[in-house]
Design a protein around this ligand. Sequence first.
Ligand SMILES: Cc1cc2nc3c(=O)[nH]c(=O)nc-3n(C[C@H](O)[C@H](O)[C@H](O)COP(=O)(O)OP(=O)(O)OC[C@H]3O[C@@H](n4cnc5c(N)ncnc54)[C@H](O)[C@@H]3O)c2cc1C
Length: 373
Amino acid sequence: MNGSEDGQSVVVVGGGIVGLACADELVRAGHRVTLCDPSPGAGATYAAAGMLAPGGEAWFGEESLLRLGRESLARWPSFAAGLSERSGVDVDLRADGTLLVAGDRSDLEEVRRTCRLLSLAGVRVDELDRRDLKVKEPRLSSRVLGGAFLPDDHQVNPRRVVAALLAVLGDCVVRQRAVPTEDGVLLEDGTRLRADVVVLATGATGLPRVRPVRGEIVRVRTPDAPTCVLRARLHGERVYVVPRHDGELVIGATEEEHPAEQTAPMPTVGGVARLLETARALVPGLETAHVLEVVARDRPGSPDNGPLIGPVPVHGPARRLLAGGHHRGGVLLAPITAAAICAHVAEREVPHAARAFLPNRFDLSERDEDQCT
Ligand SMILES: Cc1cc2nc3c(=O)[nH]c(=O)nc-3n(C[C@H](O)[C@H](O)[C@H](O)COP(=O)(O)OP(=O)(O)OC[C@H]3O[C@@H](n4cnc5c(N)ncnc54)[C@H](O)[C@@H]3O)c2cc1C
């Protein structure tokens, strides 16, 4: 599709999974694309566990977000296959499903409410008692009470997705910060890039109505790893365990409202201790797992937990689109966001599920201090 005559010049600011996926889709649609980021893939995407979990993340009152997530999930197999083929990087998409696990009666009641919500929305879910759970995952503690299986909640390795997207984007990526201007962007070395459209995908900073929500994860390795994603609530404490290749596991994640800071997010003793304690109570065999990495990053949170995808009004000739605020679901939502941004650039009809997530559902006149507009 490269090189269509009506291709536009587009600058994407921000190279997390969202900006990179948008840039790739725009290149494939024939636009002339530059993506600016001093350290692509080093934001929230670096910490993400990679759960593709519209079911596990579903919450009451967030039915449009569930629809968006399910539509994006449906795009993941072809998105991953195409990307792996073009880049030569296996992005490790796994379709082993997800177990929801409850530790006590209150935790189990929440699992059951989630099951009812999902059944009403037409999402496949099987409630399991303690014995069924242990059959599905023998490594679980015998103290768990019950849970459910979500056969359609999957996972991917976000760092591999970033590597694949960077490989296919090649020279389109400029490793510099950028600020949008009336006719394009200004790079940190003083270069001005003119553009027909600027797409802002700057994660937890620089976008209107988006705030940082800090999360910590621990990566460990064990020879006896669970075989599918585990999402648990044990006596009110939440934890997930996401198995990758080679016995590697991602244990996550804390969630903490945080003021935007100039310094990089740092993991805390309290947060990491709680995660490890709860994970060990869920899977006792983790006692001897080796710790590989502890990471903290800021999720881009929005007022209603949904992303902001679409145009914002600006002065000047360059149109401006937002692709941000994906909060806990930026990995899941990358393919649908890329498709929607591509449709907005071409002023075509956007995918139906994405129409509920236009930025103009909020009052954007409220300026955040660090907004890069
Ligand atoms: C602990 C944790 C676990 C998570 N787990 C999951 C999960 O399992 N599944 C899921 O779907 N989601 C998960 N998420 C959420 C997901 O990581 C985010 O929604 C997603 O990464 C957001 O992507 P992004 O590209 O918008 O932002 P980011 O990945 O933060 O990328 C933003 C990029 O913009 C760049 N940037 C900023 N300002 C500028 C500028 N002025 N010029 C140029 N570049 C700039 C930054 O350098 C950065 O690379 C998790 C998040 C965290 C923190």
